[in-house]
Design a protein around this ligand. Structure first.
Ligand code: AP5
Ligand code: MG
Ligand code: ZN
Length: 216
């Protein structure tokens, strides 16, 4: 299946992406994770992306589209993939559609994880992430088994620099202006499914599986 995950910062895209990709055996492509990996390795792409990310602003469409399309050309994406955090602008959505069209493919569904703004600041302030494998934790809602360590790969988990309240508010503004129009974009194409993201992590996952027809 070819899936796009849409939703505001802190909606739970990364959290759900891990479970969906395990269930469907498809690769998880998170632009945020790709950028953070480049930043931690100090590559030229990472240095460029960091300027925008630290301010809570979007990385340029040109750079983002280039890395995603390169990733989608990999053999492991031929039978399906899950995009988490891409597209985030109408320009990116158009670029994805054109790419898939030339490959004779199309998206199966867009899952919008819907969470009101009030939930988001609390989720972000308690979030801890693993830079090695991309797993997300929450000190209250989803703590790791061993404090400070990733359950999956054992690396240290850290607080993201862009999770301070001021930057989160900037990210929310940008989401409203640039990414929210994609809800209509995909609804008009008839491939939008809205998931209530305010429930517990497992319940959100059950609803997603129902929508995907994989709730067995
Ligand atoms: P990115 O990393 O994609 O950040 P984001 O979209 O702001 O989303 P988050 O990763 O913050 O949240 P999430 O929805 O994954 O939530 P999570 O599962 O972690 O992007 C970062 C930056 O990179 C952007 O600001 C931009 O600069 C740049 N960028 C990325 N893509 C780009 C693009 N396409 N174009 C241009 N620039 C781009 O959950 C959040 C917390 O809540 C966790 O602690 C989790 O444990 C907890 N939680 C999750 N679900 C629940 C639940 N149901 N109940 C209680 N707690 C929960
Ligand atoms: Mg994420
Ligand atoms: Zn890890």
């Amino acid at each position: 299946m070819k899936i796009v995950l849409l939703g505001p910062p802190g909606a739970g895209k990364g959290t759900q992406a891990k479970s969906i990709c395990n269930r469907l055996s498809i690769p998880h492509i998170s632009t945020g994770d790709i950028f953070r990996k480049h930043i931690s390795e100090n590559t030229s792409l990472g240095i460029e992306a960091k300027k925008s990310i630290d301010k809570g602003q979007l990385v340029s469409d040109e750079l983002t589209i280039r890395i995603v399309l390169e990733r989608l050309k990999n053999e492991d994406c031929k039978s399906g993939f899950l995009l988490d955090g891409f597209p985030r602008t109408v320009v990116q959505a158009n670029a994805l559609d054109s790419f898939l069209e030339t490959e004779g493919q199309k998206l199966d569904t867009t899952l919008l994880i819907d969470v009101p703004k009030d939930f988001i600041i609390e989720r972000m302030s308690g979030r801890r992430v693993c830079l090695t494998c991309g797993a997300s934790y929450h000190i209250k809602f989803n703590p790791p088994i061993f404090e400070g360590k990733c359950d999956i790969c054992g690396s240290d988990i850290i607080q993201r620099k862009d999770d301070e309240e001021k930057t989160v508010r900037e990210r929310l503004d940008i989401y409203n202006q640039q990414t929210e129009p994609l809800i209509k974009y995909y609804r008009d194409k008839g491939i939008l499914a809205v998931i209530d993201g305010t429930q517990a992590i497992n319940d959100v996952f059950k609803n997603i599986c129902k929508v995907l027809g994989r709730d067995n």
